[in-house]
Design a protein around this ligand. Structure first.
Ligand SMILES: Nc1ncnc2c1ncn2[C@@H]1O[C@H](COP(=O)(O)OP(=O)(O)OP(=O)(O)O)[C@@H](O)[C@H]1O
Ligand SMILES: [Mg+2]
Length: 389
């Protein structure tokens, strides 16, 4: 057997060992000696199970059975050659029977190919695939972030556009009102002259006074609207905000707007000075308190007006709370949009809150709304504290 196989075994670059039926190595080629570090004599005394292992354990009896009895050629991709020093070298293994002239199996020839390089290549390829997958995931994440930012920018842009539209609109209406106020003033002048010439009645003079007041009112509104379109330098002075709040509430009560409403003040005892424009601050409270009263509607409810100091930030924090029905989440996200109203075009312009926000922001403040359905709504904003307090 050795004589026949010897030259063939040497011609092969792979490890070739011949094993007898008892599983002892009877011959090994030079490649086997080179790779394992064993001498021929050492190998010849070794059971094959401690030289070539299959699936972590020694060459399986099942495998041997198939080769010896069934004359099959068996291949194993996952196998190891154990060197003299105990190192394991990855090999692919095939086993074939050695037959004599009668066709009886006299042994097994095992061929083991060193596949370490192949394994390394595979591992490198796996690592590369993993790296690419990680890069792809990162790319997708970055793209999602960019898309999110883009959506944000888009909605900010829409809001900015709407604000610009609001400004233009306010400017247009303000202009028109100013013209009307001027015509009104001219007409009044002419009437006053006529009245003086003809010597009019007391009633006529009273009506004239009333018309003059209306004229002033129109002119004031015209100025406010024009101001909204071009918010230039603002006339500001230090005001006690607690007085402003009480005045606005008294005015709205006088106008019959707070019939069903119980108004509660949570205000500091001492004056709280803020340097702001009186008209604009009035506008904030008129809008917020009216919204609250309209939300309470014909049922009864409470509006609470609260003021507290944040000395560290040098801000005054103000709140208008109501016990109205609250605002659903999908509505809440839209209430600051110009022209958004749930009151119908005849009852609401949807400009109240955007104007309030505009004013608050012009003082470096933030206006936020929080609401619980069935419990009520709170609008909170902050204004600059006057220096010296
Ligand atoms: N306190 C509140 N409770 C419940 N909903 C509110 C409250 N304040 C505002 N809203 C909602 O926000 C919407 C927008 O308010 P905004 O003041 O801008 O316009 P409006 O009140 O509808 O119209 P206008 O101010 O011209 O009367 C309202 O239509 C309403 O749906
Ligand atoms: Mg309103």
């Amino acid at each position: 057997m050795e004589i026949v196989l010897g030259p063939v075994m040497e011609a092969v670059a792979d490890v070739v060992v011949v094993v007898d039926l008892a599983g002892m190595i009877v011959h090994a080629n030079s490649a086997a000696l080179l790779l394992s570090g064993y001498e021929q004599a050492e190998l010849a005394a070794l059971p094959v199970a401690s030289f070539l292992v299959d699936e972590q354990s020694g060459l399986r009896t099942g495998t041997r059975q198939r080769v010896v009895s069934d004359h099959q050629v068996v291949r194993r991709d996952e196998a190891w050659l154990v060197t003299k020093h105990g190192a394991r070298i990855a090999v692919s293994l095939s086993a074939a029977p050695v037959l004599d002239e009668e066709g009886t199996t006299t042994g097994i020839v095992l061929v083991a190919r060193d596949i370490r390089e192949q394994r390394e290549l595979l591992a490198a390829r796996d690592a590369e695939i993993e790296r690419r997958e990680a890069a792809e995931t990162e790319l997708r994440r970055v793209m999602a972030t960019i898309e999110e930012r883009l959506a944000q920018t888009r909605s900010q842009l829409t809001l900015a556009e709407r604000r610009a539209t609001l400004g233009t609109l306010a400017g247009g209406v303000g202009h028109e009102l100013r013209n009307i106020a001027q015509i009104h003033a001219f007409a009044l002048d002419r009437m006053a002259t006529e009245l003086a010439r003809k010597g009019g009645s007391d009633e006529g003079r009273a009506a004239m006074l009333e018309l003059e007041r209306v004229g002033e009112h129109i002119a004031t509104h015209a100025r406010r609207l024009l101001h909204l379109a071009q918010p230039g330098p603002d006339h500001t002075s230090a005001l006690d905000i607690t007085l402003v709040i009480r005045d606005v509430v008294a005015m709205l009560q006088g106008a019959g707007k707070l019939h069903q409403v119980n108004v509660v003040f949570a205000l500091p005892d001492a004056p709280v000075l803020v340097t702001v424009n009186k008209t604009r601050i009035d506008q904030i409270f008129v809008n917020l308190v009216l919204n609250a009263a309209e939300a309470i509607g014909s049922s009864t409810g409470t509006i609470e007006l609260a003021v507290r100091l944040d000395p560290e930030r040098r801000r005054v924090v103000l709140e208008v709370r109501d016990t109205g029905p609250g605002i659903a989440a999908d509505v809440l996200s839209r209430i600051f949009e110009p022209f958004f109203t749930t009151k119908g075009a005849d009852n609401g312009t949807g400009l109240g809150l955007p104007v309030v926000r505009e004013i608050v922001e012009s003082y470096g403040g933030t206006l936020t709304a929080s609401s619980t359905l069935g419990a009520g709504t709170t609008f909170r904003f902050d204004l600059p504290m006057s220096s010296g307090r």
